[in-house]
Design a protein around this ligand. Structure first.
Ligand SMILES: [Cu+2]
Length: 334
């Protein structure tokens, strides 16, 4: 029995589709997805991978088939028929890629928009609104009462959420954890202004939204966490922001992804994703450590007059030759 070519085409089409769909989900090329945003990016990547594998198999398959089927036979010096142009075919092979490209564009714009890419100032605007509506939230005083800071910010958020008839509700929900990131050659500095913590290593609680406001002191850096599928330039003289919701506990690398000088390769740190209780414990430890450190130094050097300066004056003296400006110091130790 001879199988008609239309049946063959159908069978090959089904097999190609199944293989492409399977490979698009099982390529194993990406690190584990550790944030909610990672699933959006992976969906886009897997779709592009599925389409690409399908096109690759069709193109290479047709190429190999033709090279074999129409190979030159011994003693045959004739040439094939000379074909000049085929309008319907050209329309078809222009239309198909055009539809694919437009589809992927719309999909990728949607992912970027969902991740907040088109509204980088939303995260920035939210805390300002919060300050206007919540007068008793002096963030600078929080650190002296360890453990109350998170509770206070969360109750503020509830107050904001219940205040629904107000016209100053931000377009985007304020984040649960706000962090100021400073990029400098060759380190990331993290300041949790609501919690009074200054650190070189990020800790974030699972399932809470985290907003980063980032600026650079010297050259362009970039904040990249491959497991979160987020990457954003950090630019001198300009604030950039990122938002994400960590979901998988673990210790991931934060990598500078913008060549920023001879030691760029060493500019990396960690982000620890942990359950909220562990995060709260870490916050308390940091707050105690950072408040006792200074007390201890003063206790051990009671006669040193420099210790009676404000922390900023004290630090400025030491930071001068490190290229750290008073601006950074202000961020680090407001
Ligand atoms: Cu860098």
């Amino acid at each position: 029995m001879k199988i008609p070519s239309s049946i063959w085409t159908l069978i090959i089409g089904i097999v190609l589709t199944l293989v492409s769909l399977w490979y698009g989900q099982n390529h194993g090329l990406l690190p584990i997805p550790a944030s909610d945003e990672a699933n959006l990016v992976d969906g886009l990547f897997n779709t592009m991978m599925t389409v690409s594998v399908g096109i690759f198999l069709i193109v290479e398959g047709v190429l190999l088939y033709c090279a074999f089927r129409y190979r030159r036979r011994p003693g045959d010096n004739s040439d094939g028929p000379s074909i000049h142009g085929n309008i319907p075919l050209e329309i078809l092979w222009t239309a198909i890629p055009a539809i694919i490209v437009v589809g992927i564009s719309v999909y990728s714009f949607d992912v970027y928009n969902t991740m907040g890419g088109f509204d980088p100032h939303a995260a920035h605007a939210a805390p300002i609104v919060q300050d206007m509506t919540m007068a008793p939230a002096p963030s600078h005083n929080m650190p002296s009462i360890p453990g109350t800071a998170i509770a206070a910010t969360l109750s503020d958020r509830d107050a904001l959420a219940s205040n629904e008839d107000s016209s100053v509700i931000p377009a985007e929900e304020p984040a649960d954890v706000n962090i100021k990131v400073t990029g400098l050659q060759y380190a990331f500095l993290f300041n949790y202004p609501d919690l009074g913590i200054f650190t070189g290593e990020l800790h974030v609680p699972i399932g809470k939204t985290v907003a980063l406001e980032m600026s650079a002191n010297d050259v362009i850096h970039a904040f990249w966490v491959p497991e979160f599928r987020i990457k954003q330039d950090i630019i001198p003289g300009r604030e950039t922001s990122l938002r994400f919701t960590p979901k998988t506990p673990g210790d991931y690398a934060v990598i500078c992804a913008e060549l920023c000088g001879p030691y760029h390769g060493a500019m990396r740190t960690h982000i620890v994703v942990e359950p909220p209780e562990a995060f709260n414990n870490w916050v308390k430890e940091q707050q105690i450590a950072q408040s006792t450190q200074k007390a201890q130094v003063i206790a051990m050097n009671p006669d040193n007059s420099s210790l009676h300066q404000t922390p900023r004056q004290y630090l400025a003296h030491h930071a001068e030759h490190l290229g750290i400006t008073s601006e950074t110091l202000h961020q680090l130790h407001p």
